[in-house]
Design a protein around this ligand. Structure first.
Ligand code: ATP
Length: 660
């Protein structure tokens, strides 16, 4: 559905006059029923709220175009600005905050002096072209805006900014970000809280693993073989880990041996621990001393990830595994008060978990020195190296003080690794890096039962409600392609009395965290999300993923459906395929479904066949899936199952042919 269609839908009078039952606490309908009056904010969040209220002026739900940027908080409407819908793109533009930054004033990276400017309520400046569906839009005279990021050309230079990141390096005119995230619980039970591995956890052992590159150390089969110190072993067992997952079996010894690594393994299969544990083991072996209060901190490890919620999750894992050691992990991310980030850092920092924008801000403010960096981790590495974040990552590795790739260990993890990204990664990694592929690179998790339904745009909402009613209270993530649609669908579901919240890049960070919290605890069993929640998030008991809109790329699809079926648990993914807009995905979908041994609907095969592209080998992103390691002429490649047997001993179920 194009933007126009949604706009038309949204201004329908019947929509505007309805106040969902559980919205009534804080909102009352205006006299004519088309206005939500916000109750006064509590003093604690007044700072955050004021800026919205200043710009909202009645909000006018259902009046003209003013629905556009309204926040949707805890099932309550909050008024954004009145800029209405952006007609020019149907993208999931996660960050309108970046739109109004002073690109005319600055070309290229900003030094962070105005980092606290967030400006979700400062939108406008539509100068930047918003590229369609994440494609490579270079050549646009006015810049490019991809799926989750913004690029505009300022003074002859490209300036890149992550959308998911939130644009903290934004313009000086934006209001200050005052949000200070609540500290995570300190008690041991909360730190080590975990969910159970599922019935298919042991099946991980049958997945084929391919290691390429020279002199790979052998895989380990048990945690004991890793020879970690007692405190780490205690933490591993308190976390409920008794058995290694395949990516851990291979990655841990590689990282312990000091090698660079690019690792690709299915969603939910334990990649986070696969890098955290050996990094912590290195630190402990090196006799790391507690870092103390200092104005300039020099962490030994930097971990970057593309979204705030994901980096926070990684931080919590780092805190868990370093429990009882002198290693101090710190997390910094956009949408929070910069002063808070600085205060966290100056108290001591061995492992810095950061989103790219905030990291560069802090480096610019000389709170972080890079000379001691021994380990650099890019989680969701393909995302970190693509057009959205790639330039910032390049800046990071060329920052003064950052050890050269020969002097540091660089680790990259993801469930997907397109070929061209693998090539880019070479710049970051030593030439003898190892590549670990668990199962099919870019393949979907087999524990997710995938269903593709042909649903036209005008039938989607009805179908969604039907499915959600059948699902009942089971936790479900509903993915849509744009922020405004996320708001719209969340509102619609609330009106249908389905308790729903939403997460996307236009929401204040406080709201994003609240939404995730409400979803995690089951208060709102439905979370409507854009791509900002597609990667990495590990939420217990997500039984269903619904792609209300299919994403623009097959990799994104793989990540989205990977929010369910994690750690050996089973899950279900239902995707609405609209032949009007999704035909380009038919071929890669058929490939992903059949590789994951799922039923492929005949109609989808027909569409795939009729849209057949000669030479196609799997992807809608204009490139091809990597079969494994794109370094074609490597030696020392070995294909093993996770018990360490050669592939010649076990039939290889993976058809590699069409992937090259
Ligand atoms: N060896 C293990 N035993 C038990 N649970 C594990 C083990 N390794 C990881 N887990 C748990 O499995 C879940 C998924 O792990 P994690 O989030 O690291 O997956 P991932 O591979 O990074 O997924 P994604 O590709 O979606 O980012 C987490 O809850 C984690 O604590």
């Amino acid at each position: 559905m194009g933007d126009e269609d949604w706009e038309a839908e949204i201004i329908k009078p019947h929509m505007s006059s309805y106040v969902p039952v559980f919205e009534k606490e804080r909102y009352s309908s205006g006299a004519n029923g088309d206005t939500f009056n916000r109750t006064p904010p509590s003093s604690s969040d007044a700072g955050e709220s004021n800026k919205r209220e200043n710009t909202s002026a009645m909000g006018g739900f259902g009046v003209g175009k003013s629905f556009g940027n309204r926040g949707f908080s805890n099932n309550k409407f909050e008024e954004g600005d009145n800029s209405g819908f952006w007609r020019e793109s149907n993208n999931d533009c996660e960050d309108n905050r970046t739109r109004n930054r002073g690109f005319s004033k600055r070309g290229g990276y900003q030094d962070g002096n105005d980092s606290e400017a967030s400006g979700s309520s400062r939108r406008g400046g539509r100068g930047s072209f918003r590229g369609c569906r994440g494609g490579f839009g270079l050549g646009s005279p006015s810049g490019y805006r991809g799926l989750n990021e913004e690029v505009v050309t300022g003074s002859g230079k490209n300036s890149w900014k992550s959308e998911a990141e939130g644009g903290e390096s934004g313009d000086t005119q934006g209001p200050k970000v005052t949000y200070i995230p609540p500290p995570p619980p300190e008690d041991e039970d909360s730190i080590f809280a975990h969910y159970q591995t599922g019935i298919n956890f042991d099946k991980y052992d049958t997945i084929l693993v391919e290691v390429s590159g020279h002199d790979a150390p052998p895989a380990i089969l048990t945690f004991e073989e890793a020879n970690l110190c007692q405190t780490l072993n205690n933490n591993i067992s308190k976390a409920g880990y008794t058995k290694l997952t395949p990516v851990q079996k291979y990655s841990i010894p590689i990282i312990l041996a000091g090698r660079d690594l690019m690792a690709c393994a299915q969603t939910g299969s334990g990649k986070t621990a696969a890098f955290l544990l050996p990094i912590l083991a290195h630190m402990m072996r090196d006799g790391i001393t507690a870092s103390r209060f200092k104005e300039l901190q020099e962490p030994e490890c930097i971990i970057v990830a593309p979204t705030r919620e994901l980096i926070n999750q990684i931080y919590l894992e780092a805190r868990k595994f370093s429990f009882g050691t002198c290693v101090r992990a710190v997390v910094i991310y956009g949408g929070t008060q910069l002063g808070h980030s600085i205060r966290q850092i100056v108290q001591g920092c061995n492992i810095l978990c950061a989103t790219p924008g905030r990291l560069m801000d802090i480096i610019g403010k000389e709170k972080i020195g890079l000379r001691q960096v021994k380990h650099l981790v890019l989680d969701e590495a393909d995302r970190m190296l693509d057009m959205g974040f790639g330039p910032e990552m390049k800046k990071l590795i060329s920052c003064p003080g950052m050890p050269s790739k020969e002097q540091r260990q660089t680790l990259m993890f993801s469930a997907t690794f397109p070929e061209e990204i693998q090539r880019l990664a070479g710049e970051f990694l030593k030439s003898n890096y190892l590549f670990v592929a668990v199962g099919q690179v870019g393949g979907a998790c087999r524990d997710v039962q995938q269903t593709i339904l042909q649903v036209g745009q005008y039938s989607k909402r009805e179908k969604l409600v039907e499915i959600l009613r059948n699902i009942g209270d089971e936790r479900t993530m509903v993915f849509v392609e744009t922020k405004k649609k996320a708001d719209f669908i969340a509102t619609f579901l609330c009106q249908e009395k389905i308790s729903t919240t939403s997460i996307h890049g236009d929401r204040e960070q406080r709201e994003r965290e609240q939404a995730l919290g409400d979803f995690r605890c089951g208060k709102c069993p439905v979370l409507v999300a854009t791509s900002v929640a597609a990667r990495g998030l590990d939420i217990e008991n997500v039984q269903h993923v619904i792609n209300f809109d299919l994403p623009s790329t097959i990799d994104e699809y793989v990540h989205r459906i990977g929010r369910t079926g994690r750690c050996g648990n089973t899950g279900r993914a239902i995707s609405f395929f609209d032949p009007e807009s999704d035909n380009h995905l038919a071929q890669p979908l058929v490939k992903v479904l059949s590789d994951a041994q799922q039923d492929v609907p005949a109609w989808l095969e027909e569409i795939a066949f009729s849209t057949y592209v000669p030479g196609f080998s799997g992807s809608a992103r204009g490139n091809v899936f990597a079969s494994v390691d794109t370094r074609k002429n490597y030696q020392g490649k070995s294909t093993l199952n996770t018990a360490g047997f050669s592939s010649s001993q076990t039939p290889n179920p993976v058809d590699d042919e069409s992937w090259d």
